[in-house]
Each structure stands twice: as C-alpha cells, then as structure tokens.
Design a protein around this ligand. Structure first.
Ligand code: HAM
Length: 422
C-alpha cells in the first residue's frame, strides 16, 4: 500500500459546486422555477436511474452512444438519464387515463451524457424541462418558448443577448418529398442536416451518401439550407401545404406574445434527437459564440410509440452550462449571495451562553444568524464578518453582559442600535 494518501479530483466532465457556484446555480434555478410557475407549469420529478431500453428506444442515435449504462445486482439494464423526455413520456403513459390534458409540467433534472467535454458540454448538467402534453396546435410551442424567454430574462439576459430560431420537420419533409427524396430517407436526412456547420461539408456529404442518397439528392439537400424564409420555402412547394400554413400561424402567435423579434425562422434548425415530428427550435447567444442555450420541439409520436394512446407533445430542455458561460462572458454573474442577516460573536467563553441565547431568539424571529463557534478578539470578528456577506453584526463583551444589552452594528451604514439581552 502506498504511504501517501490519494488525492481525488472530481470525475472527468462532472462538477463540484462550491458555495459561490451554488449561489449562481440557486439563482438560475430560482429564475427557472419562477418563470415556469408564472406560466402555470406544474413541477414533477423522476429517478435519475432509468430503464436502458426506454432510453434506447427513443433518444436518437447520438444519445445512445452517450449513455452511462450499467446492470444492477439483479442483472437489470439501467442507465443514468441523459435527458428527461423518455421518463416524462413513461410517467404520462402510466397515468394517461386519469391525467387532465393538456398538461403543462416542468422539472429541473440532472442529466448525464458520456460525451467529449468541450466548452458548453459536460458529462453532467442540470436541465430545465418545460413540456405540454395533449395540445395539437402551435399554441403549445408558442407557450413553452415564451416561458423559456421569461426564464432567460429572469436569469439576467435581455432580448438583445439571444435569439430563438425555429424550423419545422414537417416543412422539411414536404421539401424533401418535393425533391423526390423518399420518406424512408427523411429521418436520416434530418440527423445529417443537424450536423451542418458542425462537421465539414465533405463529411456531411459522406453522411448523406451513407444514408442512401444519390449525388443529385445530396446536392438538392445542400440547396435546401439556403432557403431564407417561410415564403421562399412555400414557393418551392405545390399549393398551400399544411406545414407552411402551420408555420405562418405560429409566426402570428409569436407576434401576439411580443416575440416577433426574439424568435426567427431558420431552415438550418433540425435538432439531433430522432423523436421530433413538427416545429423544432433552438436558442443561441446573439454573437453565436456559444452552443445552444436551449432546444426543443414537437414530438407527436413518442407517447404512442411507448405503447400508450397516441398523444401530442411539445417541450424543451434548457441546460445550466451554456447560460452560465454566457452570463459570465457578459459579466452578469450574480456574485456571492448574502450569507446571513446577522453575525453574532463574543469576546470570551463567559459570553458564549448569552450569544447562543441571543442567536436562538433572533432565529426564532426568522432571521438568518451566523453564530461564532469560538470566542475571538473584536478585530478578528469584524475583519471576518465585514466582507459583505452579512447585513448586521453583534459582538458581545463583558460590559454588554453587565449592561444587559448589546450593540447591533449595521455593516453598510456603520450605524449602531441597541438591543436588550433578554
Ligand atoms: P437537447 O438538445 O439534447 O434536448 O438538450 C437540451 C439542452 O440541454 C441543450 O440545449 C443544452 O442547454 C443542454 N445540454 C444538453 N447536453 C448537455 C451537456 N452534455 N452539457 C451541458 N448542457 C447540455 C433534450 O434533451 C430534449 N429532451 C429536450 C426536450 C424536452 N424536448 C422536448 N422536451
């Protein structure tokens, strides 16, 4: 055995949260919860451990490679959840007969993905999920996007800092059909298109050819991403296609929410997950320096494919990593949170009992009190508590015990007031 003790660092791609980081995290979670509740979403939760089969069935090719999978002691195939949507679908399917639809639920879920860690990507992250199950119209997409934008605002970002881009897989399917690309190639084409800009065009062509496209079809797919707006897409389709009508209606709804400038059409948004069926969207910082802040879309087949009654779904996942990097970049981190309202210290052991009784009384009033764990000199006490973490300080010495009162010092204004010791 080695004589020197081992030192451990946090496992690769995972994070420790020291109190300063915890202050930022709590502020973000608070923004997420407030926004969800302002929009009438109800909270739910599920275990971090999920059935591997459920995740494999519906999470898309990329995610399967990224799963932390294991067997329990009875040989069950399980995994740490890489996302929440399969668990949500499982929960809704299990109570489909008794739930009232449309339902609007939210959660803040820790998710694990075994991916290469880069800027914006960790092997563990917290993800705010907003989902609406049982609403077929684009009212659902508009509502979840508006709630997410509210979350961004409460987290400290303005509409000048980000844009939400949307597209429609139904529109893409119509466009692919008009290019005579058969439906069986559409799913593979979506996943390939999602790689555009992330891999070189040559690699993308390889992916498309592997998916079964001819050279001509590849060229046609590449031309698609040059489509600038909904009208241009509509002009490529015969007659009024349902996908175009839906997108135009969606655009009007966004305008009603006051989101016409914050949310824009972009044919390049496809999303990497296989289960999306309709409108898909992703939010990016204005300078496009970071990865997607949040992403989501419509998944109308997921519940049916998990064996329950077919049910429509729309939702999004909004991770804590990218928004944290963006806030840091914009110098808008929350800074350290106040530790307590009052710090109580004392000069000698003889005043310890009075200090404990005073702290107890203040805590009973609902104040946050940090009580010194040992006697200390006044200089040390005021040096320790004067770092902005406390509003007021009470330092008890022998004279205070005799006088039966203490002085409460406001650490910002330096004003003092007296408080009886009893
Ligand atoms: P996703 O695009 O895979 O979608 O993830 C959503 C968001 O989670 C991303 O935009 C990003 O903020 C964050 N995220 C994902 N992976 C990581 C990672 N490795 N490190 C840091 N942050 C990450 C979904 O997961 C869908 N289930 C969202 C959804 C809910 N769709 C419908 N309902």
């Amino acid at each position: 055995m080695s004589s020197s003790p081992a030192t451990f660092t946090v496992p690769r791609g995972m994070r420790d949260f020291y109190p300063e980081e915890m202050a930022d995290r709590n502020r973000l979670f608070g923004a997420w919860r407030t926004a969800a509740e302002r929009f009438g979403f109800l909270p739910y939760d599920a275990p971090i451990v999920e059935h591997l089969d459920l995740l494999k069935r519906k999470s898309g090719e990329d995610i399967v490679k990224q799963i932390y999978a294991f067997q329990d002691k009875s040989g069950r195939d399980l995994a740490l959840r890489p996302e929440m949507t399969p668990s949500l679908a499982r929960m809704v399917a299990a109570r489909q007969g008794s739930l009232t639809f449309p339902l609007k639920w939210y959660t803040i879920a820790q998710c694990f993905r075994y991916e290469r860690t880069t800027r914006g990507r960790k092997r563990e992250h917290y993800q705010w999920n907003l989902d609406i199950i049982g609403e077929a119209s684009t009212a659902a997409e508009a509502e979840v996007i508006a709630a997410a934008v509210e979350g961004l605002a409460l987290a400290g970002l303005t509409s000048a800092d980000f844009t939400v881009f949307y597209n429609s897989r139904r529109l893409l399917a119509d466009l692919l059909a008009s290019l005579e690309i058969p439906p069986e190639l559409h799913a593979g084409t979506f996943l390939a298109l999602d790689k555009k800009g992330k891999v070189s065009d040559a690699e993308l062509e390889g992916i498309l050819c592997d998916a079964g496209h001819s050279q001509d079809q590849c060229r046609a797919v590449f031309r698609l991403v040059d489509v600038a707006d909904i009208e241009q897409a509509a002009a490529m389709l015969p007659g009024d296609s349902d996908s175009v009508v839906e997108l135009l209606g969606f655009r009007d709804r966004l305008a009603d929410y006051g989101l016409a400038d914050a949310v824009k059409f972009d044919i390049g948004v496809v999303r990497g997950l296989a289960y999306y069926t309709g409108i898909v969207f992703e939010a990016f910082d204005t300078d496009r320096e970071f990865r997607a802040i949040f992403g989501g879309g419509r998944y109308d087949d997921l519940l049916g494919e998990l064996g329950s009654k077919p049910q429509t779904g729309v939702g999004l996942g909004f991770g804590d990593v990218v928004v944290g990097e963006l806030l840091e970049h914009l110098d808008r981190r929350s800074g350290d949170a106040a530790r307590a309202d009052v710090a109580v210290g004392y000069m000698q052991d003889a005043q310890r009992g009075a200090a404990i009784r005073l702290a107890t009384a203040l805590r009973e009033e609902g104040q946050k009190v940090d009580l010194a764990l040992a006697a200390e000199k006044a200089k040390r006490f005021f040096g320790r508590v004067g770092d902005g973490a406390f509003t007021e300080a009470i330092y008890i010495g022998p004279d205070d015990l005799e006088a039966g009162r203490v002085r409460v010092k406001n650490l910002t204004t330096r004003e003092e007031r007296e408080l009886p010791l009893t």
